[in-house]
Design a binder for this molecule. Sequence first.
Ligand SMILES: [Zn+2]
Length: 352
Amino acid sequence: MFLSAGVAFEANVEALNLVETTGNYSRHRKIPYIWRDQETKEFRVIYVPAISGESLAHAYQELLVEEATRIYGGEEKVPVCPDCKTGEFFKSMNKAHLRGKFEGDPSKTSPDNIEKEIIKKCLVEDIGGFLYAEKPPIKRSSSFQFSYAVPVKTTALLSTVEPQLHARHARMIEVKKKSQKEDESTEGEVQNKERKAEEQMLYYVEAGTAIYGFVFNLDLEAIGKSSYDGKPVINDEEIKKRKNVAISAFARLVSSRQFGAKLSRFFPAGDIVSLYVAVTSSPFSVTSPIYETAALTTAKRLNVISNIFKEEVRFYLYESLRSVEDLKKFGFVKISETPEEAILHLLEGEKK
Ligand SMILES: [Zn+2]
């Protein structure tokens, strides 16, 4: 089973992905982006705010741990290694981080044996892959993929990044107390005034505003299986549980919007505007939500796939920006009134 989702969300004044801080100035990530002028039909490259796939993947993996804890019924029952439990996704990158998952000398056994032990011990590394960069090198590809979140085409030109000025102030009351203690000479007052100015800290944070879209793919068939021979490493019941964890973590990501940085003071003003999820037997990627008619195009493509390959397809949709009338003709499309309802239908559909 393969799951592919397109998500579009409006975010005003967000600082979800800052890339560097120079002095008191924090920059938002920006990327080159192809844009077509509707009048001249010429293509141009413009620079727009974006949120990296790494940033989304980090949040997703943290939610894998949370959802696993809920589904397995407690932290002590969860097959997750101590690093991943604390949100430090070193994965089994070297001997030090392999400890506790594989006992013995890694150089004296085959890579597939080591992979099997890691899969058993840590579901984050099972689902999210890892790279052991010592001898023998072992690579397990992630069963999920995230695109960058980039502005949708129709509003790309409207997307902006603007530095917002913030200030941390010295507490006025302290300055007054000091004035009373010291001689009330003119010199003393000047010094205190200077001190007050020094204790102000000005800083700038580049805040982005855009309607972003990203794609999430999840290969449910890869979970719990060796990447060397494709055979299951854990039992069916355990695999089923882990698939449930992987889907639930995506549901939480969308519903909670707990991804990206600076959420404590720059929680984006906006909401999910569009969400659609395709479920197919073989790998399939939805059309990116950066396109105006992405959901409709995806449904048309799925229709062809189901006709050619006689494959059962499912499509769950929530859409707030445009009409969904054209999508009602497809028997496999299930339309919802909220993103959560679409996710609920997805979870119910996949439990069957
Ligand atoms: Zn781990």
